[in-house]
Design a protein around this ligand. Structure first.
Ligand SMILES: [Zn+2]
Length: 347
């Protein structure tokens, strides 16, 4: 089959397109999916750059966590899925047996993995995943849209609804509002009746963010984010700060959080080193909580998909790029130009 793979770590030009071995069903509990579309996540970028060197078992390695496609073959034990069925993926690999899985936290599984990181991914014509890692594709979506409502969506959903229990009346500040997680986070926050403040780099994106429902949009190149957030919150700061950037923003996040506020740390961006430095006083004097969150559970997937089917959350697609041009897709992802999700189409 044809696929996009890496055989070393580095910039987008390490992505190669070519023939690789066809995947086979490794057990009777797996399914083979013909991929119609995948979408690019931060995970793919940092994996390509080498952040998970210690987890990649062998080269060539195929990236890609999200998938939308058609079941091509099912293992003998798979009863509830049939060949020809349209599916999307739940990208988290979990054992279903550990303490965390038994308590509904697949995203904390002791044997956690992610499709495209710990297993060959979806930047390919075919992908093999455990049958429990696919869901029926929502009928109101096409393959491109369906490929976007996975890793980024459950990440935003888990962070806001489970880690900080967002509620009506909260004010949420979202860094990187035009990113994959950001565009979903804005919609989720609005669904729950929160006021949304976000920051972006230009007026065109600012206009789109307002159209999506953001109440206030700060152009961080022209305005002081801290000053503006305080201005929009009567000097109080935000109840929740969603920080997907990390080392470059964490101190600002702490400063713009309200007293007793919560800063959710979701990952890092713009640097390969995720070391941060802040003073303890900046935390305890304000009673601020720093909350970690990563990806989402199966239940998050079900809850978030319900909202997508209902129309409460919409996939925001930046662009559709052919799989063979994955390099260009990664360059665009890293350029700060995009708005929403970049889809890779597989013909
Ligand atoms: Zn587990």
């Amino acid at each position: 089959m044809r696929a996009v793979y890496i055989d070393r770590y580095g910039p987008p030009d390490v992505l190669k397109f070519g023939e690789v071995e066809d995947p086979k069903l490794p057990s009777d509990d797996h399914v083979l999916v013909r991929v119609k579309a995948s979408s690019v996540n931060n995970l793919d970028i940092i994996t390509r750059r080498g952040a998970y060197k210690f987890l990649i078992k062998r080269f060539p390695h195929i990236l890609g966590a999200d998938l939308a496609g058609v079941i091509e073959k099912v293992g003998r034990n798979v009863k509830d899925l049939a060949e020809g069925e349209r599916v999307i993926g739940y990208p988290i690999l979990y054992d279903g047996k550990c303490y965390w899985c038994k308590n509904g936290y697949e995203n904390l599984c002791d044997n956690l993995g992610v499709v495209g990181r710990d297993l060959s991914g979806s930047y390919a014509e075919y992908v093999v995943v455990p049958a429990k890692n696919v869901y029926p594709m929502p009928k109101n979506l096409d393959y491109y849209q369906a490929s976007t409502i996975q890793l980024a969506l459950i990440t935003a959903w888990h962070a806001l609804t489970k880690r900080v229990s967002i509620k009506e009346g909260d004010t949420v500040f979202i860094w990187g509002g035009s990113g994959g997680v950001g565009t979903f986070a804005i919609q989720i926050a609005k669904l729950f009746g929160a006021t949304v403040i976000t920051a972006t780099s230009n007026d065109d994106k600012a206009r789109k963010l307002k159209e999506m429902g953001a109440d206030y949009v700060i152009n961080y190149k022209e305005d002081d984010v801290e000053k503006k957030v305080l201005e929009y919150t009567n000097g109080l700061g935000a109840d929740i700060v969603l920080d997907t950037i990390g080392p470059l923003t964490i101190n600002k996040s702490i400063r713009i959080a309200k007293k007793r506020g919560k800063v959710i740390v979701l990952g890092f961006w713009g640097t390969d080193d995720d070391t941060v430095s802040f003073t303890l006083r900046s935390i305890y004097l304000k009673h601020v909580s720093i909350v970690g969150s990563a990806m989402g559970t199966r239940n998050d997937m079900v809850e978030a998909l319900r909202e997508v089917i209902r129309g409460g959350i919409k996939p925001i697609i930046d662009s559709v790029i052919k799989l063979e041009e994955a390099r260009r897709a990664h360059e665009r992802f890293e350029s700060n130009e995009k708005f929403g999700k970049i889809v890779l189409s597989v013909d």
